[in-house]
Ligand binder design. Structure first.
Ligand SMILES: CC(C)(COP(=O)(O)OP(=O)(O)OC[C@H]1O[C@@H](n2cnc3c(N)ncnc32)[C@H](O)[C@@H]1OP(=O)(O)O)[C@@H](O)C(=O)NCCC(=O)NCCS
Length: 153
């Protein structure tokens, strides 16, 4: 039997429709053409957008942006049927391996009932440093602010 092959590629403009649709389904947002807009000027901005492929099928993605010495993770998602198999961990590792050495901290905001995501980020060494009350809507929920701090030499 053939082994499963998981690969990670940088997104390009051709992926924008898939990314917009996936994000709309998972996060129920109705912001149109976000990725089309970002990817149109991709080489001129500081976004990191990587897609995970399992046997050539797109199964998840991670998006973030470097701002000075900080990196913000905006989204990380895996298709439901492929969760709990370590694929989000692989995407997160990949981002960490490709961050510039100038980055001192990585930040992410998570819904307080999103136990999978909280557990994933804690596993990577993120700590919870604040709560943003009623930050999310549909349903209204607090955001847990998490930070990973790189050790300085
Ligand atoms: C969060 C998400 C990206 C994780 O993807 P994934 O591929 O399942 O993640 P991994 O398999 O790499 O790791 C998940 C970890 O959560 C743990 N976990 C799973 N279900 C859990 C639960 N109900 N409570 C606590 N921890 C849980 C797993 O045990 C695993 O840790 P382990 O490797 O130590 O076993 C995925 O659930 C998802 O796409 N959710 C919807 C989008 C989302 O909420 N994204 C986060 C926005 S920042």
């Amino acid at each position: 039997m053939q082994d499963n092959i998981f690969c990670i590629y940088e997104a390009n403009l051709k992926d924008s429709e898939w990314l917009d649709k996936f994000e709309e389904n998972i996060f129920s947002n109705n912001r149109k053409n976000i990725y089309k807009n970002i990817l149109t000027s991709y080489k001129d901005n500081d976004y990191f957008i990587f897609i995970g492929f399992l046997n050539r099928l797109k199964i998840g993605y991670i998006v973030g942006r470097a701002i000075h010495d900080e990196f913000n993770i905006y989204n990380l998602a895996i298709l439901e049927q492929y969760r709990n198999k370590g694929f989000a961990s692989k995407l997160l590792c990949y981002i960490f391996e490709h961050l510039s050495r100038e980055i001192n901290s990585v930040y992410v905001e998570v819904r307080e009932t999103n136990f999978q995501a909280l557990s994933l980020y804690r596993k990577f060494g993120f700590i919870e440093y604040n709560i943003r009350e009623n930050y999310y809507s549909f349903p209204t929920e607090n955001a847990i602010l998490m930070q990973y701090k790189f050790q300085s030499d």
